[in-house]
Write a protein that binds this ligand. Structure first.
Ligand SMILES: Cc1cc2ncn([C@H]3O[C@H](COP(=O)(O)O)[C@@H](O)[C@H]3O)c2cc1C
Ligand SMILES: O=C(O)c1cccnc1
Length: 346
C-alpha cells in the first residue's frame, strides 16, 4: 500500500482544550497575544495540554552549492568557496546559529548534500548523505536529475527519522550554500505562480545592478521550465538543488511522524512551500520562527497562512531565526502549564 499523501493534523481535541485553558488563565482575555496561539499549537502538536516545553530541540543544517554561482554570475555577494568553509564552522561550533543554539540548548548537525568540494578533513558523518557536487545552473539547465531528486528526498526523510529517533521534540531546518536564495526564490515563485520581480531579494547583500541581474536570471529559470513545474517533485528537479530537495523530504517526514518544526528563512520557506504541495497538511505542524528580509520568504509565509514570531531584520539563514524563537515556544508552553487560573484567585 502506498503512503497516503495527506498529513494527519495535530490533535483538534487537545487544541480545543488548550484554547479553553488559555481563556481561563489569570489574565485579561487575549492579553498574551500570539503566545496564546503558540501555546495552543505546541499543545496540539504534543497531543497533551498542558504540554511540557520543548526539551530536545534539534537543528539540522543542510549544505550545498548552486550552479547559478559559477562564472561570476553575481547572484551572491560572496564566492562559492564560503560554503565549504562554513561547513567547517558548523562542525567547530562557531557559526552564527551555533552560538544561538548553545545559548538555547539546541543541537546543531550539519550535513553536506551538495557542496562543490571534497570535505575529507571533516568527520565522515558530514558527508553521509551527499548526493552530488553542486546543482545545475537553473537558468540554463535542470538543477538535478530526477534520480538525484528522489535520492535527496529520501535522504532528507532519513535524516529527519534519525533526529526523531534521537528524541527530538521540536526540529529546525537550517541552510548553508552560497547562492541558495536564488533557487529558493525560484521555487517559491513557481509554487505560487508569481513573477521573479515579486520574489527576488538581496540575499547576502547584493547591490542594485546585481539585484536586476538576479531577477532576470530567476525569470529566465521560470520561463525555461514553464509548463513542467506544476508537480512538486518535478519542480525540485527543474529549479531546486540536492540540499533543498532533502529539506522537502525532511519536512514531510517530520510532519508524517507528528514532530513539529520551527521554520527559518527563505530556504526553509521554499522547502516548506514545496513540501505542503507534496503532502498537504504539513503546514499544521509548523510555526514560522521569524520574518526574513527576503521578499520570497515573506510571500511564502503569507501564502502558507503562518505568522512569524520574530521580526528582527535577520537575513542569515542557517536556521538562526528559528533557533532565536525557541525561547518563545518554551515560554508559551510554561504559561499554559504554570499560570494560575482566574478562578483560583481568592
Ligand atoms: C559567511 C557567510 C555565512 C552564512 N551563513 C548563512 N549564509 C546565507 O547566505 C547564503 C545565501 O545568500 P546568497 O544567495 O546571497 O548567497 C547562504 O549560504 C545562506 O545560508 C551565509 C553567507 C555567508 C557569506
Ligand atoms: O532568509 C534567509 O534565511 C536568508 C537571507 C539572506 C541570505 N541567506 C538567508
Amino acid at each position: 500500500m502506498s503512503t497516503p499523501r495527506t498529513i494527519a493534523p495535530p490533535s483538534a481535541d487537545v487544541a480545543r482544550a488548550a484554547r479553553h485553558r488559555v481563556s481561563t488563565l489569570a489574565k485579561p482575555t487575549g492579553a498574551l497575544g500570539r503566545l496564546e496561539d503558540l501555546g495552543v499549537w505546541w499543545s496540539a502538536c504534543a497531543g497533551v495540554c498542558p504540554a511540557p516545553p520543548p526539551a530536545r530541540v534539534r537543528a539540522v543544517v543542510l549544505a550545498g552549492d548552486h550552479g547559478v554561482t559559477v562564472g561570476g554570475s553575481g547572484v551572491s555577494a560572496y564566492p562559492r568557496e564560503v560554503t565549504a568553509a562554513m561547513v567547517g564552522a558548523f562542525v567547530a561550533g562557531v557559526a552564527g546559529v551555533s552560538v544561538l543554539a548553545r545559548q538555547h540548548d539546541v543541537s546543531v548537525r550539519v550535513l553536506d548534500l551538495g557542496v562543490d568540494a571534497d570535505l575529507a578533513g571533516l568527520p565522515a558523518a558530514v558527508g553521509a548523505y551527499k548526493i552530488r557536487r553542486s546543482s545545475g545552473a537553473i537558468d540554463r539547465e535542470d538543477a538535478l536529475t530526477p534520480a538525484d531528486t528522489e535520492r535527496a528526498l529520501a535522504a532528507g526523510a532519513a535524516i529527519a527519522a534519525e533526529e526523531i529517533a534521537a528524541g527530538a521534540d521540536l526540529l529546525i531546518l537550517g541552510d548553508m550554500g552560497i547562492g541558495n536564495t536564488t533557487p529558493a526564490a525560484s521555487l517559491i515563485a513557481a509554487t505560487f505562480a508569481v513573477p521573479a520581480a515579486e520574489v527576488t531579494g538581496r540575499g547576502t547583500g547584493i547591490d542594485d545592478d546585481a539585484l536586476t541581474a538576479k531577477t532576470a536570471l530567476i525569470q529566465r529559470a521560470l520561463d525555461r521550465t514553464a509548463g513542467r513545474t506544476a508537480e512538486p517533485v518535478a519542480r525540485l528537479t527543474a529549479l531546486g538543488s540536492a540540499d533543498l530537495a532533502a529539506g522537502v523530504g525532511f519536512l514531510v517526514a517530520a510532519a508524517r511522524a507528528g514532530v513539529p518544526v520551527l521554520l527559518d528563512g527563505v530556504v526553509a520557506l521554499a522547502e516548506a512551500s514545496v513540501a505542503e504541495d507534496l503532502a498537504p497538511g504539513c503546514v499544521a505542524w509548523w510555526a514560522a520562527g521569524h520574518r526574513s528580509t527576503e521578499p520570497a520568504q515573506q510571500l511564502a509565509v503569507d501564502k502558507l497562512g503562518l505568522v512569524p514570531l520574530l521580526d528582527l531584520g535577520l537575513r542569515l539563514g542557517e536556521g538562526s531565526g528559528a533557533v532565536a524563537a525557541v525561547p518563545l515556544v518554551r515560554s508559551a508552553a510554561l504559561l499554559l502549564s504554570d499560570m494560575a487560573l482566574l478562578s483560583d484567585l481568592a
